[in-house]
Design a protein around this ligand. Sequence first.
Ligand SMILES: Cc1cc2nc3c(=O)[nH]c(=O)nc-3n(C[C@H](O)[C@H](O)[C@H](O)COP(=O)(O)OP(=O)(O)OC[C@H]3O[C@@H](n4cnc5c(N)ncnc54)[C@H](O)[C@@H]3O)c2cc1C
Length: 427
Amino acid sequence: MKYKCGVCHEVFDYLPEICPICGADNKAFREFKEEIVSYRKDTNEKFVIIGGGIAALETAKAIRARNKTASIKMIFSEDKLPYKRPALSDFICGDMLFSDIVIENYNFYKNNNIELYKNKTALKIDTKQKVVLLDDDSLIEYDKLCLACGSHSFCPFELKEDQLPIKTLRSYKDAMDILSLIDKGKKVVIAGGGILGIEAAMSLNQKGLDVTVLERGECVVKAQLDRKSSDLLRQALENKGIRVLLNSTVKEIKKDSVVLDNGMTLFPDFMIVSMGVRANTSLALDADIQVGKAIVVDDYMRSSDPYVYCAGDCAEYKGKPGGLWIISSAQGKCAGANMTGEMIKYSVVPFATAFSGLGVTFFSAGNVHSGDTKTFSDKNSYKLLSFEDDKLIGGILWQDTRNSSKLMKLLSLSADKETAVEKLLNS
Ligand SMILES: Cc1cc2nc3c(=O)[nH]c(=O)nc-3n(C[C@H](O)[C@H](O)[C@H](O)COP(=O)(O)OP(=O)(O)OC[C@H]3O[C@@H](n4cnc5c(N)ncnc54)[C@H](O)[C@@H]3O)c2cc1C
């Protein structure tokens, strides 16, 4: 039997206690039935995918499910097979192996005749000749190309030799670099109090490090939480010994210290920067493909070039870049299907975050910062729903997250206020 997480839609052949992708607890899981693909078109086309993340892998799977004979090539800079990137937050605890986070092993690629160009970087796309130039000077021809090249961590600091080590957490290599710096009792500063900064803080605190989180605003995890739930989370962090400094930004990084703009000086052994991501757009820009905040795609995941599709963190749909696993996976499925000739429209997936740790569980989905809000709280839990024109646009479930899948469902239906309140606040 297989199980699908109702929050991130990832499928597992076992029932996890906590979803390793999105952190949802196991109440969010439902039995999964394999999707039956009825479209079929076997050709000799050459499909090339640049990327080795979930968007690239789902693109390759969707192509092969519809076309058994075409050639599929996946080109990616990392020297590891596609893995569950969100699990890197737990990986830096040091108790996991790569085999725990890899998505498919080599046999999968062999059995599905997907050629891997591992450890190779695409330097340029020539959309007229329809070729991709790699860093080993080879040229790869394509009939249809998918850009699934993801994003990179944003780091506003100049990295200098004579500074204390500054790291970001985006790849397996980054995780290994951080692991090499970890030792019980060491001090770390995490610049950025968003969800990824907080997850890293928790992992390092669990390893016995002395952790300080810097947040330039007044709330941690402000994209997903309102003031009340953010304060509850900060309290939970501080109860575990994680220091949270609000309204604090880094002014200067020295050899052995970090100076804040409020004049405070911290003396960490290393610093992790968790200040958001930026889409990888340089290949597209260089090829004159339309780019906004990320690579612009239409309802069918097509870029402005008719033979180039795009999916995942590097794609921008209706003015918004994705930035989530579930979105990358759904866009990869859609791009791959459409590359074979099927015409499937991308259906928007609500932004959602699940969190479990420090004795806290929360789930946040959609837009929780605008519109009218309705809240409910008791001794153990807190719920917030937000509405625009009396339609549900977002929600937070604090501690009692049993209704997280229901919230996702109601959001995708833009449920009216009465129904949402009845199903989510009164039950
Ligand atoms: C620590 C961490 C925790 C996260 N937690 C969550 C979470 O809880 N929930 C959630 O929904 N999301 C989470 N995310 C975000 C999620 O992992 C991403 O949204 C998702 O992995 C994006 O997938 P992608 O395939 O679009 O891109 P990526 O996974 O970034 O893959 C892009 C690939 O393209 C390759 N590439 C880039 N440029 C080139 C080039 N020129 N040539 C060849 N290869 C290239 C890269 O090497 C990489 O292999 C987390 C991310 C991180 C880093």
